[in-house]
Design a protein around this ligand. Structure first.
Ligand SMILES: [Zn+2]
Length: 280
């Protein structure tokens, strides 16, 4: 196979793999309403699942490519949105104690400014930093494509003293890639446009297929969060777990040792998002 053709196949397979998580995420919409962070009620119901099969086969095909780095059969990416925050040191302690690398989709709202130096610590411990939003205000960032990219530019500017912001090529849309809240501000076609623009840059947008439901009202206990993760994982062998790293999600850090132990006991390898979905 010619190199160009091979690279094109790899690229298509990876785009399909990312799309798979977007599709799977539809099942998360049955989760209870979320009051902070990424809001489940804003997500669209499960889309046309007939599109799952091509994505799954593309992923399998990619893994059979002899030259491609094979992924383990069972893997999990632990991901944390909305940090850094006062909870971040506890999250890092739990991850580092277990020797597990995670991915942080970060914000820089102005309110969390004093925690931004923790990003340097996270990177030096081997964790991945990815983009989420500067303001996380749906009414602002989803006004238009320009508004969205201005917010991303501001986020990069604010985190640049602490990480190599220019090298970051992974992001997670607030509310996920199939959120419907953006329609109120930027119209029905905005998310489709933003996804295309992310891909044109050669970046990846990343959703999730396991939701810890840790940002719901009532502040769920560590045990509830653990059970949510186990239940939502079900029989899935490739998991991207959505958790939060915020002032109100202290119990997520408390649940981490049990969550990590459960995935390890069940044969999952812990990967960062960049390891699971590498950009060719
Ligand atoms: Zn968020």
């Amino acid at each position: 196979m010619k190199l160009a053709e091979y690279l094109a196949r790899r690229r298509r397979a990876r785009v399909a793999a990312v799309m798979l998580f977007a599709l799977i995420m539809g099942f998360v919409s049955a989760a209870p309403p979320v009051v902070t962070g990424c809001q489940a009620q804003d997500l669209t119901p499960a889309p046309d699942t007939s599109m799952l099969s091509p994505a799954v086969s593309a992923l399998a095909q990619e893994q059979q490519e002899p030259a491609a780095q094979p992924l383990p059969e069972k893997w999990v990416c632990l991901t944390f949105d909305d940090g850094p925050s006062k909870t971040t040191p506890d999250v890092l302690s739990a991850l580092n104690a277990a020797g597990v690398h995670a991915t942080f989709f970060v914000v820089a709202t102005g309110y969390n400014e004093k925690y931004l130096p923790l990003l340097t610590e996270a990177v030096s411990a081997g964790h991945q930093i990815a983009l989420h939003s500067a303001s996380h205000e749906y009414s602002d960032i989803y006004r238009s494509s320009d508004a969205y990219w201005e917010d991303i530019a501001l986020l990069k500017e604010r985190i640049a003293p602490y990480v190599d912001a220019e090298s970051i090529r992974y992001l997670r849309f607030p509310g996920g890639s199939t959120n419907t809240v953006s329609r109120r501000y930027g119209g029905k076609g905005l998310m489709k446009q933003l996804k295309a623009e992310v891909e044109q840059k050669g970046w990846h947008w990343v959703d999730w297929n396991v939701c810890a439901e840790d940002a719901v009202g009532g502040h769920p206990s560590a045990d509830t969060i653990y059970r949510n993760v186990v239940r939502e994982t079900g029989q899935q062998t490739n998991c991207i777990v959505l958790m939060h790293d915020s002032a109100t999600t202290r119990t997520t850090a408390e649940a981490l040792p049990d969550i990590i132990r459960w995935y390890a006991d069940n044969g999952y390898t812990f990967l960062t998002v960049a390891e699971a979905l590498p950009i060719g």
